[in-house]
Design a protein around this ligand. Structure first.
Ligand SMILES: [Zn+2]
Length: 65
């Protein structure tokens, strides 16, 4: 049995998880490296980083299943 934490990084734009080793799309923002599933998401983030950075902090408030 393998119990490996394979969380990866989360694409802040579309929300899917991204493997930092596989993606070629990354940006450094606010001292932190962000990974993206594709150039599309990377460009969106680059044009408005604050918009997508705020999403993480707000997650969990009102988004219950
Ligand atoms: Zn994406």
């Amino acid at each position: 049995m393998k119990k490996e934490m394979k969380k990866g990084e989360k694409d802040p734009v579309c929300g899917m998880s991204v493997d930092p080793r596989k993606t070629r799309h990354s940006l450094e923002h606010d001292g932190r490296r962000r990974y993206f599933c594709g150039a599309d998401c990377m460009e969106k983030f680059r044009s408005d980083p604050a918009k997508y950075s705020g999403m993480e902090a707000r997650a969990g408030s009102g988004g219950e299943e």
